[in-house]
Design a protein around this ligand. Structure first.
Ligand SMILES: NC(=O)c1ccc[n+]([C@@H]2O[C@H](COP(=O)([O-])OP(=O)(O)OC[C@H]3O[C@@H](n4cnc5c(N)ncnc54)[C@H](OP(=O)(O)O)[C@@H]3O)[C@@H](O)[C@H]2O)c1
Length: 215
């Protein structure tokens, strides 16, 4: 049985945990306040879910999901995630996260910041451009006409294959944007960020994305 460990169990984390349990995975959810604050979510998710500290969720994870405000990524456990595939859903909102100069200067991307914090993990950008509520309303079986597609970006091919499989099981097609450094193509304010697009539409949206400096 594969366990998905969640660092963060808010809008996106709880929705991905629902999809994971539906798809037959065990989940360990965590947040900043402690496992006792997640009892309602765990009761809803059922026998394949439990709550733990972030460190315990990271240690239990075969695949981890980091889905927290970007300003807190320095608090993500490092050693417990070494060697593991880590999904990064995070976006940069300066009004929420404070100013991050390397992002303001477009010298790096959100997922590369997490990768720098987790040098021995394999970070894959995913699920950052879909509204939390759409995660459970939009899934369709593979092969359905107009099936919604989601982007991945990452530097490790094995990790990308793992995450692609997960996305397909969750009910979405996958569009590979390339390495982590290309993740800016699906960041806030790009054409692919938010709308419901199939694989062809999302591929076009990635190609049409512009850097802030080129606008
Ligand atoms: N909402 C969306 O539709 C959406 C869509 C795509 C991507 N995103 C991005 O995904 C990330 C999560 O968004 P969200 O809407 O799910 O946020 P949210 O509802 O505010 O949930 C954030 C979660 O992170 C937890 N957390 C905060 N600091 C933590 C830490 N140091 N260690 C462990 N857990 C911590 C919070 O726990 P406590 O509540 O205990 O503090 C909470 O469970 C953000 O970067 C966001 O921009 C959001």
């Amino acid at each position: 049985m594969t366990t998905i460990g969640f660092i963060g169990s808010g809008h996106i984390g709880s929705q991905l945990a629902r999809l994971a349990v539906r798809s037959g995975y065990d989940v360990v959810v965590s947040n900043s306040r402690g496992p006792e604050t997640l009892s309602e979510l765990v009761a809803e998710l059922g026998a394949h879910a439990r709550a733990a500290t972030a460190r315990e969720a990271a240690a239990a994870a075969d695949i981890a999901v980091v889905t927290i405000p970007l300003r807190n990524i320095d608090q993500v456990p490092v050693g417990e995630l070494a060697g593991k595939t880590v999904i990064d859903t995070n976006n940069y909102y300066p009004q929420r996260d404070g100013s991050i100069p390397a992002l303001d200067a477009e010298e790096t991307t959100t997922a590369e910041l997490l990768q720098a914090h987790l040098p021995s993990s394999h970070v894959v950008k995913a699920f950052n451009h879909i509204y939390a509520s759409d995660l459970t309303s939009d899934p369709l079986p593979a092969g359905s006409p107009g099936r919604r597609a989601l982007v991945i970006a990452g530097d490790d091919e094995h990790a990308k294959t793992q995450v692609s499989g997960l996305i397909d099981e969750f009910g979405f097609d996958v569009v590979d944007a390339g390495p982590l450094a290309e993740g800016w193509r699906i960041q806030r304010d790009t054409p692919g960020y938010g709308p419901r697009l199939d694989a062809a539409g999302l591929t076009q949206a990635l190609a049409a994305a512009k850097r802030y400096r080129d606008r």
